[in-house]
Design a binder for this molecule. Structure first.
Ligand SMILES: [Mg+2]
Length: 174
């Protein structure tokens, strides 16, 4: 008998860094009232949606380990950010992974990890969960560590150097 199980088709993704890419980076940004979209961020998410890419956020949130804010506050910020994006363009963020650790954390349990970018682990974990074709995917971030993480995962790493995010992303979307 033939095996009836069909493989789940792989889909490309855009992996977005958060601070400095989707929202203005004010330094450990975590207060909802400080949440300001980068120009073109909502349009970029919508463009990725429309082009058939999953939209996945991978963000280092070492402020949690440093005690600047809690995981719940970070998630509340994320909910607000996704609501702003949706309100502006109807763009949808499909999922989020964050690294709550930091090398300078006082708590040894929060000091060391294998997920903080430039590690590709958050990207690889999301890719496995969402059946992502990494070779057809993009990681866009405003730091070299974002590009390194993307390339280590087998994606195209794109450095966002400012301006409109949708214009920066557009040349890389098929
Ligand atoms: Mg950033």
């Amino acid at each position: 008998m033939s095996n009836q199980t069909k493989p789940i088709p792989l889909q490309p993704a855009v992996f977005f860094d958060r601070d400095g890419v989707l929202n203005v980076d004010t330094g450990y940004t975590h207060r909802v009232e400080d949440c300001q979209l980068i120009p073109g961020a909502a349009a970029a998410v919508r463009m990725a949606n429309d082009a058939g890419y999953k939209t996945l956020v991978v963000t280092n949130q070492g402020g949690i380990a440093l005690g600047y804010y809690t995981q719940d506050m970070m998630l509340t910020f994320h909910d607000h950010l996704t609501a702003l994006i949706y309100a502006e363009t109807g763009g949808v963020i499909d999922d989020l992974r964050f690294c709550p650790h930091h090398p300078n954390a006082a708590d040894p349990a929060l000091k060391h990890c294998d997920c903080r970018k430039p590690s590709p682990k958050m990207i690889l974990d999301l890719a496995a969960e969402h059946h992502i074709d990494l070779a057809a995917s993009i990681m866009i971030g405003d730091r070299d560590t974002d590009v390194e993480a993307g390339e280590a995962a087998g994606c195209r790493g794109v450095l966002f150097t400012g301006g409109r995010l949708d214009l920066a992303l557009k040349p890389h979307i098929l």
